[in-house]
Design a protein around this ligand. Structure first.
Ligand code: FAD
Length: 543
């Protein structure tokens, strides 16, 4: 069987390697239009920031090394420019020799990935404006920053790559500013999680321009729709990616409106013997919806699966859930599954709860706090989670990613027995805690209200701050009265049981205890502020 593979990085190289491990009999040809194959896209920002200093480290495999190990005919500088599905062949243009030729296939695998979106505004093609996809892009930026070691840099687009670039450019000495059209950074997380990140980045000296659109880039400035001009010696455009599927336009392979390849659960396109994977395809998501999730883990998992499917396996791709993680200086932001925004868009019923937990025992030196947003169905099935914090966020998001994948309930989160010793954890892991809090809601022991509900608290209701007197004096919600939790039983007569009581404390725990005391003393309508005054303050500072 003769198998052609278009694209030589995560999906392409991955599928070739697995095909060869499955069978020594196949003839495999891999076409890559660039010079490099199997390189570490995800490491590129760190090479620019001098965190990775060894150029060779970016290349996981050379074309020669890969070809030899897996007996694959690796053709670099070879762009597939046309596909003839009737005669089962592709037209290839060699950028080095300028020769064009046809190559026939029995099976064709498409993994052309996604390229940066380049907007049409004036100045996008100036010499100090860059996008980042591959090693040549990286070297261009590096050459620029090596010559001009400091100055002002504007990153257009506050997604993962944009923020990684912002960190690395500041690391080099640039004064960095991020322009983002959306209301918050990182589209796949919700506003209150992003607010933690945004406050942190501002504290680190980055300037953020949210809800801002670029209209033009000049040699000195990035110009915004509102007339503002931001000085920029260097501009990185990272406003998202689009499937690199121009060569498939008239091929008969079905693409969606965004040019992404439509595949079924066996990663088959609509054309016989043509398969596709990776960043260029429209993924089947966990919820049954379809969307593009340009991440390395789905591409790698699909590569392995597709090689097996071609070799006769009946397995199907179970869908992507968009698990992702970002290092922004010392802060870590991570997400898995659905966000609140996506649940609302897809009209899926959900509940949410927030918890602040320490990454390990507070008494052990170096503990830090992480904020977890947990989303679940009204019956408790975990739909998604987002975490922002420091050390230990990575391990909690992976536990929650497993929970989402296997449709665990919040009750089951409480049952997980997770490794504990003081330097690593508390006896109740932050994931257990998120489960306990959500379980209390489902059991009717706790009822939440959220920062966005504060505007609906009436003057006839009671807003009750159960933190200590000194915490209250340092700052509180206007109209809140203060009865510290430990005084509540003795002062309960000061509250009228027929009124709605909106309780808050620092992060929600004392508020919950107060709620239980009041509920058991005949108070009917009590609500506890999820995330407490801490979350309220984060949102209030996010201006
Ligand atoms: P790609 O890796 O893009 O490979 C496609 C290849 O196909 C390209 O080399 C392209 O030149 C080639 N090609 C395209 N068209 C043709 C053609 N017609 N003929 C021949 N060759 C063609 N993901 C994460 O999960 N975590 C991260 O931290 C992360 N960081 C990233 C940082 C950066 C800077 C970038 C750019 C990406 C990052 N990603 C990250 C995304 C991740 O790299 C991709 O999801 C993954 O590489 C997708 O694999 P792919 O095979 O679909 O596409």
């Amino acid at each position: 069987m003769k198998i052609l593979v278009v694209g030589g990085v995560a999906g392409g190289a991955g599928v070739c390697a697995r095909l060869r491990r499955n069978s020594e009999q196949f003839q495999i040809i891999m076409f890559e239009k660039g010079e490099y194959i199997s390189f570490a896209n995800c490491g590129l920002p760190y090479y620019i920031g001098d965190v990775i200093t060894d150029k060779c480290a970016l290349q996981i495999q050379t074309p020669q090394g890969f070809g030899k190990r897996f007996n694959v005919d690796v053709r670099t500088f070879s762009e597939v420019v046309e596909l003839d599905t009737t005669l089962k062949r592709v037209k290839v243009y060699n950028h080095q020799t300028q020769v064009e030729y046809w190559e026939s296939y029995d099976k064709l695998i498409l993994s052309p990935g996604a390229k940066p979106i380049t907007p049409k505004f004036a100045g996008a093609d100036l010499a100090h404006v860059f996008t980042l996809r591959n090693i040549p892009d990286t070297y261009k930026i590096k050459e620029f920053t090596d010559k001009q070691k400091t100055g002002t840099a504007v990153v257009i687009g506050g997604g993962y790559i944009g923020i990684e670039m912002a960190e690395n450019l500041q690391h080099l000495g640039y004064q960095v500013q991020i322009v983002e059209a959306n209301t918050h950074l990182i589209a796949s997380i919700d506003l209150e999680v992003a607010a933690h990140l945004q406050n942190y980045l501002r504290e680190r000296g980055l300037k953020l321009f949210l809800k801002s659109r670029v209209t033009e880039i000049t040699p000195e400035f990035v110009c915004l729709e509102n007339g503002e001009k931001i000085a920029a010696d260097l501009v990185i455009m990272s406003i998202g990616v689009q499937a690199d599927t121009g060569f498939l336009k008239n091929s008969g392979v079905a693409l969606n409106a965004l040019g992404q390849i439509i595949v079924d659960a066996n990663l088959r396109t609509n054309v016989q013997d043509v398969y596709a994977l990776g960043d260029a395809v429209e993924h089947l998501c966990f919820t049954g919806a379809k969307r593009n999730i340009p991440l390395a883990s789905p591409a790698n998992r699909q590569a392995r699966l597709l090689a097996d499917i071609i070799c006769g396996s009946k397995q199907q791709y179970p869908g992507s859930q968009g698990t992702a993680i970002l290092k922004a200086f010392d802060l870590v932001v991570a997400v898995t599954g659905e966000s609140e925004e996506s649940l609302q868009q897809n009209k899926i019923n959900y509940l949410k709860s927030y918890t602040y937990s320490a990454n390990h025992a507070r008494y052990y030196p170096g503990a830090s706090t992480m904020f977890i947003k947990l989303l679940y169905t009204p019956t408790g099935v975990v739909l998604g989670a987002q975490i922002v914090g420091g050390t230990g966020v990575d391990k909690r998001i992976d536990v929650l990613a497993s929970a989402v994948r296997h449709q665990l309930t919040v009750q089951e989160l409480t049952e997980l027995e997770l490794a504990y010793a003081p330097p690593f954890n508390s006896a109740k892991d932050p994931v257990n805690m998120a489960g306990y809090v959500a379980e209390n809601v489902l059991l009717g022991k706790s009822k939440f209200f959220y920062p966005e509900d504060l505007a609906r608290v009436q003057t006839t209701d009671i807003l009750l701050d159960v933190r200590s007197k000194s915490e209250y004096q340092q700052g509180h919600l206007s109209a809140a009265i203060n009865i510290p939790l430990d005084d509540l039983r003795g002062r309960i007569a000061e509250l009228e049981p027929h009124k709605k009581i909106f309780i808050y404390c620092a992060v929600g725990l004392r508020g919950y205890i107060a709620q239980r005391i009041l509920q058991q003393n005949g108070f009917i309508e009590t609500y506890n502020l999820s995330g407490g005054y801490e979350l309220y303050s984060v949102l209030a500072s996010n201006k």
